[in-house]
Design a protein around this ligand. Structure first.
Ligand code: 5GP
Ligand code: ZN
Length: 110
């Protein structure tokens, strides 16, 4: 298995976990872009959110639910981002939702 996030989900590469569910795992981003920057992933490998929603929409809903629960603990608001594909800025090809909070975010993004 060569996928970085599959290895994190399997515990083969260390990460600071903030959620460990049966099908979903969340951990702190190694290079945080905000005071709170958590990555929410599926334990099973799916390349991106489009593939995930196609194959397993209930798992996509679960991913979003965990992301929202983590974000909602920040009363001032939060942002959820799912970068997809090269132009979408995706660098790790295992679906992940970024949960960002603890500062304001510009809209539209650059
Ligand atoms: P993407 O650019 O694909 O949307 O996001 C990938 C994210 O994974 C980046 O924010 C990057 O900092 C994070 N990342 C890359 N390698 C690791 C790692 O080994 N551990 C953790 N915790 N995060 C990582
Ligand atoms: Zn993977």
């Amino acid at each position: 298995m060569s996928c970085l996030f599959c290895k994190i989900a399997a515990g083969e590469i260390p990460a600071t976990l903030v959620h460990e569910g049966e099908r979903i795992v969340a951990f702190n981003d190694i290079d945080p872009k905000a005071p709170v920057h958590v990555l929410v992933i599926t334990r099973d490998h799916h390349d991106n959110v489009a593939a995930l929603t196609h194959v397993d929409p209930s798992l996509a809903a679960e991913l979003l639910g965990v992301a929202a629960a983590i974000g909602a603990s920040n009363a001032s608001g939060f942002r959820v981002v799912l970068n997809t594909g090269a132009d979408g800025g995706q660098s790790v090809n295992h679906v992940h939702a970024h949960v960002l909070a603890g500062r304001g975010f510009a809209w539209p993004p650059g």
